[in-house]
Design a protein around this ligand. Structure first.
Ligand SMILES: Cc1cc2nc3c(=O)[nH]c(=O)nc-3n(C[C@H](O)[C@H](O)[C@H](O)COP(=O)(O)OP(=O)(O)OC[C@H]3O[C@@H](n4cnc5c(N)ncnc54)[C@H](O)[C@@H]3O)c2cc1C
Length: 488
C-alpha cells in the first residue's frame, strides 16, 4: 500500500463485481476523454471513473494550446511553412532525453491528430496572433509557444509557430476543449461516473490488471475491466510528499503549485505498485513571464553577480527556470527608458531607476564593475546586431542607452512563479505501463500527465505539448486497450 492508501488488491475469485466494462478509464481530463472516445469508437464498452464531482481536471484551467505542426490546416491558412522533419528535429533538440520513436510518430501524425480533434467538435480558427505573448488574449489560433526561434534550436530546425489554441477569447480554451470532448464521448455512449475515487487496481490470478476498486462517498465498489484499465489521473503537483521526494524545483515553497484538489499522483502511485517505473519525475513547468509587453525581451537579465545567464528571448519557462537556478534565486531585469513597460502577468516590481549603470550597480549591491562591464559588452555587441555570449535573436537586440535605466526585480520569492509537474509512468508508444525490464504490465495503461511521453522539463517545454501528448497518446492507449480481450 502507498503512503496515500493506494493499493493492489487481488481478484481472488471475485464474482460480485458491482459493474463491468471492457475498458475502465481512471480520470476524466483530456487524456481520459480521448482514450474513452477512441476505445468506444473501436467498439468497446467504456466506463470513465472521475474522482471529482465533474470532469475536466486541470485541463479546465488550461489556456488550451495544443502543440501541433508539420502543415496543419491553420498553419497553411496563415501562410506558415512547416514540415514534419522540422517539427521532429526541434522536439528532438529541446527534449533532454528524447524518445525518438514517440516524437517521430507524434510529428508524423500531427496534422491527422489536428483533423481528429476538429472531427470531435473542437474548434480552431484559421488565424495567428502576431506578437510574442504567453497566451494570446484573442481567439486567434496560432502562436509561437516554445523556443523554436531561440539559439541553438533555430539552427537545428527551421522555426515555425506550432501552438494551436482552441477557439476561445483569452483563457479557458482548455474548458472549451473539455466541453467538446465530453459531448462527443457521451454521444458515443461512453459512461462517465463522477464522485468515484479509484483507490486500488485489482489483479487476477494470472497477474493481469482486471479491474479497479473505487470509493463513492461511503461506498466501495468493484468494477471489472474486461480488456484494460487506463490510468489518466493527471499530475502529482498537489502531493507535497512526492514533490519533496522527486521534484525539488516545484517543492520550493517560493513556487505556487498549479493544482486541483485531486492531483495527488494517484495514477503514478498505482502504476508503481503494479510494477511500473516513473520517469523524469524531477521535471516541472515553472514560470514567471516578464513579457508581454514584448519590449521587455530587449532588456537584460543579470544575477546578483551582475552577470547574464540566459538569452532573454527564451521561452518564458526556460528563462524563469534559469532565473530560479541563479545564486539565491536573485535576478534583475535591466531596461532603459525606450523599452520600459510593466509585465502584464504581474510581479517584477521596479526597484528604482538611475541615470547610469554605476549608480544602479552600487545601489543593487552588485560586485564593483560587474554590471558596468556586462552592460558595456552587451551594448557594444547589440549595436552590431550580435550577442556572442547568449545568441539572443537579432530582432530583440538593441543597445540600452536611453536613461533613466530601471532594474525590475526578477527574483524567485519576489514574484509569482507558478508550476506543475511533468514526470510520469514509463509507457510504450501505445500507453502500456512498462516495468523496469521494459515489459508491459498486462491490462494496465497510462496517458496524460501521469505518463511520460514527450514533455520532460521546463527549459525545453513548448506550450501545448502537455495537451498535445495527453490527447494523442491518450487516443492510442484507449485504442490499444480496446483491442485487448480478457482471457476470461
Ligand atoms: C494554468 C495551466 C494552464 C495550462 N495550459 C496548458 C495549455 O494551454 N496547453 C498544454 O498543453 N498544457 C497546458 N497545461 C498543462 C495541461 O493542462 C495538463 O498537462 C493536461 O491538461 C493534463 O491532462 P490530464 O488529462 O492528464 O489530467 P487532468 O486534466 O488533470 O485530468 C485528470 C483527472 O483525473 C482525476 N483523478 C485523479 N485521481 C483520480 C482517482 N484516484 N480516481 C478517479 N479520478 C481521478 C482528476 O480529478 C482529473 O479530473 C496547463 C496547466 C495549467 C496548470
Amino acid at each position: 500500500m502507498s503512503a496515500d492508501g493506494y493499493e493492489i488488491a487481488s481478484a481472488d475469485g471475485r464474482a460480485d463485481w458491482d459493474a463491468e466494462a471492457d475498458v475502465v478509464i481512471v480520470g476524466c481530463g483530456v487524456a481520459g476523454l480521448c482514450a474513452a472516445i477512441e476505445a468506444r469508437s473501436a467498439g468497446a464498452d467504456v466506463l470513465v471513473l472521475e474522482r471529482a464531482s465533474g470532469g475536466g481536471g486541470i485541463t479546465l484551467s488550461a489556456a488550451g494550446h495544443v502543440y501541433l505542426g508539420g502543415g496543419t490546416r491553420v498553419q497553411k491558412a496563415v501562410g506558415v511553412e512547416d514540415t514534419v522533419e522540422d517539427m521532429e528535429a526541434y522536439l528532438l533538440a529541446v527534449t533532454p532525453d528524447p524518445d525518438p520513436e514517440k516524437i517521430r510518430l507524434y510529428c508524423d501524425q500531427s496534422t491527422a491528430h489536428f483533423d481528429w480533434l476538429v472531427a470531435q467538435g473542437v474548434p480552431f480558427n484559421d488565424s495567428m496572433y502576431p506578437g510574442k505573448h504567453v497566451l494570446q488574449p484573442t481567439d486567434e489560433c496560432l502562436i509561437w509557444s516554445g523556443n523554436e526561434e531561440v539559439w541553438p534550436y533555430r539552427d537545428r530546425a527551421k522555426p515555425a509557430p506550432r501552438g494551436h489554441k482552441v477557439a476561445q477569447v483569452g483563457e479557458q480554451g482548455g474548458a472549451k476543449l473539455i466541453a467538446c470532448l465530453t459531448k462527443r464521448a457521451e454521444e458515443l455512449g461512453v459512461r462517465i461516473v463522477c464522485d468515484a475515487a479509484v483507490q486500488a487496481l485489482i489483479r487476477d490470478g494470472e497477474g493481469r490488471i482486471a479491474g479497479v476498486r473505487y470509493r463513492s462517498f461511503d461506498e466501495m465498489r468493484h468494477v471489472r475491466a474486461g480488456r484494460g484499465v487506463v490510468l489518466a489521473t493527471g499530475h502529482f503537483t498537489g502531493n507535497a510528499e512526492m514533490l519533496a521526494r522527486h521534484c525539488p524545483l516545484l517543492a520550493d515553497e517560493r513556487v505556487y503549485k498549479q493544482t486541483t484538489p485531486h492531483d495527488d499522483g494517484a495514477g503514478i502511485q498505482l502504476g508503481l505498485l503494479a510494477g511500473g517505473v516513473a520517469l523524469h519525475m524531477d521535471g516541472a513547468l515553472v514560470t514567471c513571464p516578464y513579457y508581454p509587453p514584448e519590449s521587455l525581451i530587449k532588456g537584460v537579465l543579470v544575477n546578483r553577480n551582475g552577470e547574464r545567464y540566459v538569452a532573454e528571448d527564451s521561452y518564458h519557462s526556460r528563462a524563469s527556470i534559469l532565473t530560479a537556478a541563479q545564486p539565491g534565486g536573485v535576478a534583475y531585469l535591466v531596461v532603459d527608458d525606450a523599452i520600459f513597460g510593466r509585465p502584464e502577468f504581474g510581479g517584477y516590481d521596479v526597484i528604482d531607476a538611475w541615470e547610469d549603470f554605476v549608480a544602479m550597480e552600487r545601489d543593487l549591491g552588485l560586485p564593483g564593475g560587474a554590471l558596468q562591464e556586462t552592460m558595456r559588452r552587451y551594448n557594444a555587441n547589440a549595436a552590431k546586431g550580435e550577442d556572442p555570449d547568449f545568441h539572443k535573436g537579432a530582432k530583440w537586440l538593441r543597445a540600452l542607452e536611453t536613461p533613466p535605466f530601471a532594474a525590475l526585480d526578477a527574483s524567485l520569492g519576489k514574484n509569482p512563479f507558478v508550476g506543475f509537474t511533468l514526470g510520469g509512468l514509463r509507457v510504450s508508444i501505445d500507453g502500456e505501463v512498462l516495468g523496469e525490464d521494459g515489459g508491459s504490465i498486462s491490462g494496465l495503461y497510462a496517458a496524460g500527465a501521469c505518463a511520460s511521453n514527450i514533455a520532460q522539463d521546463g527549459t525545453g517545454y513548448s506550450s501545448g505539448t502537455c495537451i498535445g501528448e495527453s490527447s494523442f497518446f491518450g487516443r492510442r492507449a484507449g485504442r490499444h486497450a480496446a483491442g485487448r480481450f480478457s482471457a476470461a
